[in-house]
Each structure stands twice: as structure tokens, then as C-alpha cells.
Design a protein around this ligand. Structure first.
Ligand code: UDP
Length: 329
């Protein structure tokens, strides 16, 4: 099986491309390298530089790579930024994906795993969140992903394009080899920010809001290791190819940790007394997001291997410590 990984030079995309390649699948990567890194792309993968907003570019890449299936990660993904710049998010995340789907249909590629998000749910009515929970995004990023999910349903019906939608919660950690990891510029995600502070790259961490309706007043999130997530993409892809049925799954560990708990765990792993100050809330942040991943465990036998918070932070720390400036390119 040959897989085209859109956004395969980015954080989750590169870990998934690596997993595919380690398991002997043929991999082609399509990426505009705006956020991604060429050195994160596995050796031996074909590479097509292009932007999904450019229909001709993705159409050419699909024609040249002739993949059996696509896994799509190419999107903007910053909640806070999306609140200020909704058009940028809709143009890329919806418009770009629409180009990809059009090109897939015209070139006869019939299977896609689509990277969606817990932000599709918005403020949950109850936790843990199941796939049938109400979807009411509180930010344009979540809205853009939910919109693609809805498009996929109708496109499947009309054109038989089978999909698996994976709604991830908070992805963290790095490949156990330490060869690839998370490298965003600017970095906005909690765990890398905390670890950069441990490396003295920042004086302190700002905790966004201490007055949420949670046990310690800070936001609660469900953190999943990037390699467990990569594994889920491969399982989901194999399943839709085998059964020919489209699916939607949550992906998390089913356990929530507050911002203060993350800080505590990071201090333990790094041995550094990371300083934190409480600031105002960040726009668009729901107070608590915890997944029920029972459906993918039950239906596909997904088994997270790196589920402990310590392991997640340890692998991330291993990457950041050895690559304090991220990738070389
Ligand atoms: N957060 C924080 N300080 C930071 C970055 C993030 O307090 O410098 C909080 C943020 O408000 C959220 C949680 O940490 O509740 C996880 O945020 P992140 O940006 O990592 O992921 P998101 O939940 O937005 O996908």
C-alpha cells in the first residue's frame, strides 16, 4: 500500500509517515514546508512540495505519486490564532482540503484518514466526551475541521470516498528514537513551552486562566502520545480499506490533566524548578476536554503504548534537550 501523507513534514504528520515507513509501507509526502521541516520527512519517502490551496499542485502530486490512500494533516491548528484570523483558517483548512478531495476523486483515490480535533466539540456537556456528543465549536479552528467532517459525509455518499475522521485531543511527546519531535515557530503548545522554560529558553510559563470551573482552576486536557496517534491512523486506514465503511473516532487517553499538573509532572521529569505565573484566559479555550476512546479500542483494537504522562513528557524532554533549537532546517 502506498500512502500520500499531506502535511507529512509537520509534527503529527512526520511521526505518522515515520511509522508507515518503519512498517514497510511506501510513503509520499506533500507539504508546503510553511510549518513543516524537510528533515522530519522519513528517508526514502517521496517528497512533493506544494500547498493544498493550489489545486494544480495537489493534483500533480497525486498524479505522480499514484497513492492507494491519503492521510491528511495539512492545516493550520492554533486555536488562539484562529479566533483572530478566521478567514485564514477557513481558506486553508476548508478550501485546501476541498482541493485535495476533488483531486482524489478525479484521480480515483478512494480512501482518506482525516485529522480532526476535540475542538469540534466545543464546551462539552459531560466528560469523557464520546463521538456522539454535541459538536458546537468555540473557535474557528474547530469549526473548520467540523465543516470538513460534514463535507466528507456528503462526498462519501455521492462519490464513494471512504474516510476515517480522527478527533484528537492534545497530542504531545516525541519519537522514542529522539530523531523527530515537536518544533513549531512560534510555539504555543503547553508541553513544549514548559520544556523550553526548563531549558532556560523562557523565564516562566504563563498559565492561561486560574479561575476555570475545574479542581485547581486551570484548564484540563487529555494528552495522547504522538506515536500512539500515528498508530491509530494506520489502523483506521487499514480498516476503511478492508471494510469499506467510513468511521469517526476520538483519540485520547481518557484521563485529564490540568495545566498545573502538567507543570508538576514536567518539574519531576526534568528536575528543573520551572516557574509559572497565572495570566488571563486565552480566547476560545474550553475548560475541560477529556476523551472517551472506547470506540476505537473496541472496534479496531487500538492499544496506546505510551499513555503515561511521565512517558509522554520524558520522550518530549529527550527531543527538546537534544534539539534545543528544533530541526536544523
Ligand atoms: N496553556 C497555558 N499556557 C501556555 C500554553 C497553553 O496555560 O503557554 C494551556 C491552554 O490554555 C490549554 C492547555 O494549556 O488549556 C493546552 O493548550 P495547548 O495550546 O497545548 O493545546 P490546545 O488545548 O489549545 O489544543
Amino acid at each position: 500500500m502506498k500512502v500520500l501523507v499531506c502535511g507529512g513534514a509537520g509534527y503529527v504528520g512526520s511521526h505518522t509517515a515515520r511509522e508507515l515507513s518503519d512498517r514497510g509501507r511506501e510513503v509520499a509526502v506533500f507539504d508546503n514546508l510553511e510549518k513543516g521541516h524537510m528533515s522530519a520527512v522519513p528517508k526514502g519517502a517521496e517528497f512533493y512540495r506544494g500547498d493544498l490551496r493550489d489545486y494544480a499542485a495537489i493534483d500533480r502530486a497525486i498524479a505522480a505519486a499514484r497513492p492507494d490512500a491519503v492521510i491528511d494533516f495539512a492545516a493550520y491548528s492554533l486555536v488562539g490564532e484562529s479566533v483572530g484570523e478566521p478567514i485564514k483558517y477557513f481558506e486553508n483548512n476548508i478550501g485546501g482540503t476541498l482541493n485535495l478531495l476533488k483531486a482524489m476523486i478525479s484521480r480515483g483515490v478512494g480512501h482518506i484518514v482525516f485529522s480532526s480535533t476535540a475542538a469540534a466539540y466545543g464546551e462539552p456537556e459531560s466528560v469523557p466526551i464520546t463521538e456522539d456528543a454535541r459538536t458546537l465549536p468555540t473557535n474557528p479552528y474547530g469549526e473548520s475541521k467540523l465543516c470538513v467532517e460534514k463535507m466528507l459525509k456528503w462526498i462519501d455518499r455521492a462519490h464513494g470516498l471512504r474516510y476515517s475522521v480522527l478527533r484528537y485531543f492534545n497530542v504531545a511527546g516525541a519519537h522514542v528514537s529522539g530523531e523527530i519531535g515537536e518544533d513549531h515557530e512560534p510555539e504555543t503548545h503547553l508541553i513544549p513551552i514548559v520544556l523550553r522554560a526548563a531549558l532556560n529558553r523562557a523565564e516562566s510559563v504563563t498559565v492561561y486562566g486560574g479561575d476555570y470551573d475545574t479542581p485547581d482552576g486551570t484548564c484540563v486536557r487529555d494528552y495522547i502520545h504522538v506515536t500512539d496517534l500515528a498508530d491509530a491512523h494506520i489502523l483506521a486506514l487499514e480498516d476503511i480499506r478492508k471494510r469499506g465503511v467510513s468511521t469517526t473516532y476520538n483519540l485520547g487517553n481518557g484521563k485529564g490533566f490540568s495545566v498545573l499538573e502538567i507543570l508538576g509532572a514536567a518539574r519531576k521529569v526534568t528536575g528543573v524548578d520551572i516557574k509559572a505565573v497565572t495570566g488571563p484566559r486565552r480566547a476560545g479555550d474550553p475548560s475541560s476536554l477529556v476523551a472517551s476512546s472506547d470506540r476505537i479500542i473496541r472496534e479496531l483494537g487500538w492499544q496506546p503504548k505510551l499513555f503515561s504522562l511521565e512517558k509522554i513528557i520524558e520522550t518530549a524532554w529527550n527531543w527538546h534537550k537534544n534539539n534545543p533549537d528544533g530541526f536544523k532546517d
